[in-house]
Design a protein around this ligand. Sequence first.
Ligand SMILES: [Zn+2]
Ligand SMILES: [Zn+2]
Length: 346
Amino acid sequence: MPATPVRWHIERHKHILASHPEVRALQGTYPLSQAFIVALVAADVALAWAVRHTTWLTLLAVAFGVGAFVGHALGVLIHEGTHNLVARGSRANRLWMLVANLPLLAPVAIEFRVQHLLHHKFLGEVDGRDTQAPPRAEIAFVGASPLRKFASFSLGRFFYPARSANHVPRDGFLLLNWCLQTLATAVLLWLVGGKGICFLAVSGLLAFGPHPLGARRLSEHFAMRADQPTVSYYGPLNRVSFDVGYHVEHHDFPAIAWPRLRALRKLAAEEYGGLFAFQSWTRLLLAHFFDRRYRVEHYTGFGAILGTSPAGPCPARKTPCPPDRQSGPPSPDGGSTGGMLPPSFV
Ligand SMILES: [Zn+2]
Ligand SMILES: [Zn+2]
């Protein structure tokens, strides 16, 4: 029996296919992503080479303003490869993921593939096999503290691999990933020097950490409504992120490649129009850090499951939530936002 958020997506998938059979045609690979991978890898190396003699301030500015976008885009294409959407067959996709990984320094591609597929399969399991969910210990430790929320958001993911759920079997591709990254880092060190390597490291940390793009990780499952465990973002940064903000659409149809997610939303507009969605990753990031009402346990409604917040996912797509589970954080004027962030934060 799948967990509730998983069932929510399965039921939506079936319902959308029944009412819009043409959606089936949107599924399949998008080989042009391969060209984007090559171009982005080249761009990242070129950037590192260009900043190898600049001041540290310039290096940080370029990392924040350009490098993070390139690193994030490569991460999104690694995600596409995880769902076998870059080429035909899992072997070819894993090879393309290894290419996209090259300028990111850390060997993340194969590990991410294993863990992310478990995230889809077991979405919303507390202390379970949802490999992207915050562990119970992290939720308890972080609480409402802005400083701890910042630390947890920026560094928490480095501790996740220690969980048994995140264990990755040591197969040939994992070893190849490690070897290639060791070799790539050595070649890059020779080509762009220590400063260039620092640029790539900072760009990568920002892309998936304290940066507007990093808020993507938060927004995907920052459950602000009791009946919605996954949330989409429809703001402008999708244009530089291969539409990765379309996360409800992605969990509904993981076999649809990034250029066709907008078409899915358009075809099944009635299924997506009524859902909560974010419009700004920047505002979400600031709200998460500085507003004490928004916590780590907003992940897929964990607060309700752990008893630290009344909002939590409802059991089925068509089942209305009982009133006691519809309440969310209070609005600044003391009322109820109905489980949604105050408008100024979205
Ligand atoms: Zn997800
Ligand atoms: Zn995915």
